[in-house]
Design a protein around this ligand. Structure first.
Ligand code: GAP
Length: 431
């Protein structure tokens, strides 16, 4: 983990939030490469969820919601951790037998601590204006169930997908971005006839597991763990976690839950609006069951980084490579001049980078130009951040109008004409 954390800081993937003020515990900022990687993860999820399927609609609901939402959802009553203080070192943590900091067993009594951040709507800070930062994006989907159903003329089964920020005032944080107080979720709420819930639950566990492997995570580092009855959240009948083998142990990336009709029932009752689905064919009403694959973007990004990191020996040298998939790598192509003090080579390389950028930016693929070091060091820098192709412009390029294209993993180099470069890279990046 130390190597990953250091690489993330040094190369601009992830920084501690407000670092110049000493940071803010368990909040993180995504730097120039991090924002690209995270954006690619979100785009891959949205593509496979909303674009490639015909049974899921997208949504982007507000973070602030009517406070009754959280009474209906059960978060006011159930969403808390039991917290204790150590009487010896004064540290505060989730209830356990001994202080994780100094080992003392002299602890205060357990107190419940609600994990939702509370703030106030408008200029008056009174009890009537209290609102919460949402602790999950899911509720924004449930309260919009009828809006989406009526505007899209959907029939069961169908789903609503959303990516967005969630906030939890976690008592215990740590392991870099793994448990943060501000994070992003990617959630699908899949509405099904109650008698099909079991089938769809199994379907989504399989489907979501294969999403991670298709994007490059080694299947040996993934497993599915079914929750025991006493672990289940207050709304769930069954839940399976997709876990990743992080350096700090197997930990949850995503949970797939059978939420039954709990949510629609609660919101129907609290809002006094009928959220039942009317089946035109049978002329009957039913409250759909909900199967929920709920993943964390930040944890997923972290898993992709950990899984992709490798150190190799190339001749006498150590090479660090971030073997991210072509889809996820933050930079697809880096154009590098072999000799950075030769004006014609630099100009030619910059014009090639400009042409490629003009083309690839339209399909969200980042192209960069770099001449800030010798070629050996430039290659190493690009390997370390996962750049798929390096295009090198040399003296011969000025004559034969060809460049060297080097692939990150194999380090194989091929000469490609500048005329055919764009289509060569386009075809390779599809692989
Ligand atoms: N709507 C269901 C729900 O929110 P959850 O298991 O509490 O379920 C879903 O959260 C996912 O959100 C988790 O699998 C995890 O990836 C992510 N997540 C939850 N708490 C997090 C935190 N404090 N920091 C980062 N990610 C978190």
């Amino acid at each position: 983990m130390e190597k990953i954390v250091s690489l993330c800081k040094r190369r601009g993937f992830i920084f501690p939030s407000s670092e110049i003020y000493g940071g803010l515990a368990s909040t993180w900022d995504y730097g120039p490469l991090g924002v690209e990687l995270k954006g690619n993860v979100k785009a891959a999820w949205w593509q496979s969820t909303v674009y490639e399927r015909e049974d899921i609609e997208g949504l982007d609901a507000a973070i602030l919601m009517h406070p009754k939402t959280w009474s209906a959802s059960g978060h006011i009553k159930n969403f808390f951790d039991l917290m204790v203080d150590c009487k010896d070192c004064q540290k505060r943590f989730k209830s356990q037998a001994k202080c994780p900091s100094c080992g003392s067993s002299s602890l205060t009594k357990e107190r419940p601590f609600n994990l939702m951040f509370k703030t106030f709507l408008g200029p008056v800070e009174d009890s009537g204006s209290g609102v919460y930062l949402r602790p999950e994006t899911a509720q924004g989907i449930f309260v919009n169930f009828s809006n989406v159903l009526n505007s899209s003329h959907r029939k069961l089964p169908f789903g609503i997908a959303q990516i967005g920020k969630a906030f939890r005032n976690e008592v215990t944080t740590g392991n870099f971005t793994f448990r943060s107080r501000e994070f992003e979720q990617m959630e699908i709420e899949f509405f099904v006839p109650p008698n099909e819930a079991e089938k769809w639950y199994k379907y989504w566990v399989k489907e979501r597991l294969s999403w991670y492997t298709k994007l490059g995570i080694n299947s040996k580092n993934l497993r599915v763990r079914e929750h025991e009855q006493d672990e289940l959240a207050h709304y769930a009948k069954a839940c399976a976690d997709i876990e990743y083998k992080f350096p700090f142990g197997w930990s949850e990336l995503e949970g797939i839950a059978n939420r039954t009709d709990f949510d629609l029932k609660q919101h129907s009752e609290f809002s006094q609006k009928d959220l039942a689905y009317f089946n035109e064919e049978t002329k009957t009403k039913v409250l759909p069951f909900i199967i929920e694959p709920s993943g964390g973007i930040d944890r997923t990004v972290l898993a992709f980084l950990v899984d992709a990191y490798r150190e190799e020996q190339v001749r006498e040298r150590k090479r660090v490579v971030l073997g991210l998939s072509r889809r996820l790598a933050p930079i697809k192509v880096a154009v590098l001049p072999l000799l950075r003090n030769r004006g014609e080579i630099v100009r030619f390389a910059k014009s090639i980078a400009g042409d490629l950028r003009k083309h690839f930016s339209g399909c969200g693929k980042k192209v960069v130009y770099d001449d800030t070091a010798g070629i050996g060091r430039l290659y190493r820098r690009q390997d370390e951040i996962g750049t798929i192709f390096c295009v090198t412009v040399d003296v011969d390029s000025l004559e034969d109008k060809k460049v060297t294209v080097r692939e990150r993993d194999s380090m194989e180099q091929v000469r490609v004409s500048t005329e055919g470069l764009r289509s060569y890279l386009e075809a390779e990046l599809q692989k």
